[in-house]
Every structure is written in structure tokens, then in C-alpha cells.
Design a protein around this ligand. Structure first.
Ligand SMILES: Cc1ncc(COP(=O)(O)O)c(C=O)c1O
Length: 441
């Protein structure tokens, strides 16, 4: 179906809200306006295409489909079975793995599902230190998982090298005998040495797992390495963020797929079936079939020629942004980037989080806070700013515009108490934003 028809469909759906609920309609329109006028540099946000948005609003939302394709508990599954199988097949082909589960409702749920079936209570997971870059869902003490499993932590060597401490990982792996060694983090702007993780996991018979939530779209586009090629067995990801898909997830795995109705032995070869059983009925019940339709369309979009162009330009834009910040005298985590994000350090300047947040708010640019190794400040008021280029690359900003944006950010920081300068910058940002519209707004 052409984009024109989707566009009309989306308009029609928004008008449907207007006729039923004016309050929500007004909020939708206001948010549409905000997204169209602000510049989006939050590393994990993006603009979904109209086709992706339309798939989410489809009649698949009406369907109860517990189970897996061709093995369900409710009637009327001829279309949901095909839909889910197609999604699984697309994911397997893109990531070159043996199995995909698209049912976990979000990245957090996907991580819980993996822990739930690969681990017994008290079992150990070796993951990145949460005061460095580890994600909350990798076993932060505020989470439920922390009460059940034993999370132990590796970290960075130090901030003069920014190197991951593989000697420590090996030492801890042999000491604690984890069932899972977990790689990937929240704000790490470099590629990881997957072979080293996989080698250590093999030495201690652990599952090598990667939480690819931030970068899997770059793997899908073929511009970053795929951990499966280095010997990882399980990979999960959110499907929103830079993929431009829905709030959902994929759990991807290697090895043998068997009938999930029969409990498999707890061996590594059975990981795919153990994960299917963990998702349903282990942790969740009804899969959101409309979200699965949404994931399928987003996966299809990754195979189109302009997706690779988008991925390559996003990386180029991030590099240009890093260079501009460095030229202006800012300090960057790892001094640059290999992916779509850069992390700017304000700890040694006279700026603080409040100044940075207010200055960017005033000129209509969004970014996000980031904790990084050994930050003396709390997560809510850190000394670091994470900036990502995917969303504005969806709007086809290129090198020159990125340089202009960095110049405006710098000027806003330096003139954070000068309302006149900030107002002028805001008008300039708004004008540039209008000149690079999002395809779905
Ligand atoms: C690395 C990582 N893992 C897991 C999650 C959780 O995903 P979700 O928000 O879909 O629950 C996130 C989300 O921000 C993330 O960045």
C-alpha cells in the first residue's frame, strides 16, 4: 500500500479520536506539534514511519493469541499465526540466528524472560557495573530480579583509557561461575570486543548474552558487528529506539527450536525453546499481536535500501558532532564515537546539569541525562549528556546542519543566562526543524 494511503489512514484515525474524545485529540495534536518543531537528539528516540504507526493501530489489537504460531489456545489464528511466523522469519534472516521470539512486551520484560528460564533462584549473572554503564534491567538493587538472582559486576579499567576490564571479567567469571555473562550497556559510544566476551563465557560454560537495545538497528543495517558471529548465544533488544519500530522487543537465540509444549532438558542446545516457554506461560500471557505486526513492518523497513543510507549517515553525523564538540573544547567519553551516540562530560566545566537542561529546553533541543563511570553526581543530576543522531538523521540532517546545531548548543550553554540570545537561538532551531520535517508528522 502506498505511503499516500497510509497517510490518509493515519489522518482518518486521528480524526476518529477527535469525534470521540476531544481531550485526547488535543493532546495528540499538541504532541505532534512539539515533535515537529523541536530537534530530537535523544539517542533512543526516533520517528516511526506512517506504515509502522498504521500497523500498530490494526485489527490485530483485537486478537487473543496465547501460545506460539500454530500452537494456540484460542480459535481464529490463521492470520496471527502467519503474522507472527513472518516476523520471526524476518528477524532470523536479518540477525542470522536460529530463533526469534517477538512476544515479550518490552526490553525490560525480555530481560526478565531470559533470566526466568536460564536461571534458578540464586544463580549468578556477570554484567556491567551499574555505576558505570549497566542498565537497571541488568539487576539493579531497586529491581525485583535483584531479590532473586545474584548479580555480580565487572567495569571499566579507568577513565583514562575507557577500556573494558577483560582481566577482571575473566577473573570474576572463574570465581563466580555465572550462568550468564551479559554484554552491552546504556551509553557506550564504542564497539565491543565480542570475541573476548564469548571466549570467557565458553571457558566457564556460561551463556554469552548481549542486550543490543541501543544498537541492534545498526547491526540490522550491516554497519556494526553482529555478536552471533563472535559466538554469542542470546541477544535481546527493544524494537523502538533507533529502529523506528514499536515499544516491544525481540529475543534472538542460537541452537535448536523444538515444540514449546514439551518441557525441554535444561541444556544450552534448547535455549530457544526454553526462552519461548519463559515468555509464555512463564512470565507473560497474551502477546500484543498489533505490536508484532508493527515489529514486522519495522523489520521489513530495515531491508530497504534507504535504511542502510540512514544508518550510515547517522554514524557520520555522530562523528561530525563529536569532532565539533572536541573542536569547541568539550571533553567526550572515549574521545569520540563508533556508533550513533556521543557522551559529553561537563564535570570539569563551570556548567552543571541544571544549566545544560535549561539552556537546551529554551532553544527546543532534546537530549538525555547519562550516568557514566564513577560520576560523583547522582543519576538525576549527572555531569554527562548523552546525545544521539538517529532521529534527526531520519529527518535527513547532514554534516553541515549537524555542525550548525552543535554551534547553537555551545552558544546556548555559554549564554545560558542571556534570554535574548536564547530566544534568537530558539527561532533558528525552529526554522531549521521546519526545513527538515519528519516523514511521519
Ligand atoms: C540497554 C537497555 N536494556 C533494556 C531496556 C528496557 O527496555 P524497555 O524500555 O522496552 O522496557 C532499555 C531501555 O531503555 C535499555 O536501554
Amino acid at each position: 500500500m502506498s505511503h499516500l494511503i497510509f497517510s490518509l489512514l493515519c489522518k482518518y484515525m486521528i480524526q476518529e479520536i477527535q469525534s470521540v474524545d476531544a481531550d485526547i485529540f488535543n493532546l495528540v495534536i499538541a504532541e505532534q506539534q512539539r515533535q515537529a518543531t523541536w530537534m530530537e537528539f535523544i539517542a533512543s528516540e526516533n520517528y516511526q514511519s506512517k506504515a509502522v504507526l498504521a500497523a500498530q493501530s490494526s485489527v490485530f489489537a483485537n486478537k487473543y493469541s496465547e501460545g506460539t504460531p500454530w500452537r494456540r489456545y484460542y480459535w481464529g489464528q490463521e492470520n496471527t499465526d502467519k503474522l507472527e511466523q513472518l516476523t520471526i522469519d524476518r528477524a532470523k534472516a536479518i540477525f542470522r540466528c536460529d530463533h526469534a521470539n517477538a512476544q515479550a512486551l518490552s526490553g525490560a520484560a525480555a530481560n526478565v524472560c531470559i533470566y526466568a528460564w536460564l536461571l534458578e533462584p540464586g544463580d549468578t549473572v556477570l554484567g556491567m557495573d551499574l555505576t558505570h554503564w549497566g542498565h537497571l534491567t541488568h539487576g539493579h538493587p531497586v529491581t525485583f530480579m535483584w531479590k532473586i538472582f545474584n548479580f555480580v559486576r565487572y567495569g571499566m579499567k579507568d577513565t583514562s583509557t575507557w577500556e573494558i576490564d577483560f582481566d577482571l571479567i575473566r577473573k570474576m567469571a572463574h570465581e563466580y561461575k555465572p550462568k550468564i555473562i551479559l554484554a552491552w550497556f546504556s551509553a557506550y559510544p564504542r564497539e565491543l570486543e565480542y570475541e573476548k566476551f564469548a571466549e570467557i563465557a565458553q571457558e566457564v560454560w556460561a551463556v554469552a548474552m548481549a542486550d543490543m537495545s541501543h544498537i541492534w538497528w545498526l547491526i540490522a543495517a550491516g554497519v556494526l558487528a553482529n555478536p552471533f558471529d563472535a559466538g554469542f548465544q542470546v541477544m535481546m533488544t527493544t524494537t523502538h529506539k533507533s529502529l523506528r519500530g514499536p515499544r516491544g522487543s525481540l529475543i534472538l537465540s542460537k541452537w535448536t527450536v523444538s515444540n514449546p509444549l514439551k518441557k525441554p532438558d535444561d541444556t544450552i542446545e534448547n535455549i530457544p525453546t526454553r526462552i519461548d516457554r519463559a515468555v509464555f506461560p512463564g512470565v507473560q500471557w497474551w502477546p500484543h499481536m498489533n505490536t508484532i505486526a508493527w515489529i514486522a513492518v519495522a523489520l521489513h523497513e530495515t531491508t530497504q535500501p534507504d535504511f542502510k543510507m540512514y544508518a550510515e549517515q547517522t554514524l557520520k553525523n555522530a562523528k561530525v558532532m563529536a569532532e565539533e564538540f572536541l573542536n569547541l573544547g568539550y571533553k567526550l567519553v572515549t574521545w569520540g564515537t563508533d556508533n550513533h551516540m556521543i557522551v559529553v562530560d561537563f564535570s570539569e566545566t563551570n556548567l552543571n546539569w541544571t544549566i545544560v537542561e535549561n539552556a537546551l529546553d529554551e532553544i527546543w533541543i532534546s537530549t538525555s541525562k547519562s550516568t557514566i563511570p564513577d560520576d560523583p553526581n547522582p543519576p538525576y543530576r549527572p555531569s554527562w549528556l548523552r546525545i544521539g543522531t538517529p532521529a534527526m538523521t531520519t529527518r535527513w540532517l547532514k554534516d553541515d546542519q549537524i555542525k550548525t546545531v552543535v554551534g547553537r548548543m555551545d552558544k546556548a550553554f555559554k549564554n545560558h543566562d542571556n534570554q535574548e540570545v536564547l530566544s534568537t537561538l530558539q527561532k533558528e532551531v525552529e526554522q531549521m526543524s521546519a526545513a527538515f520535517p519528519s516523514p511521519s508528522l
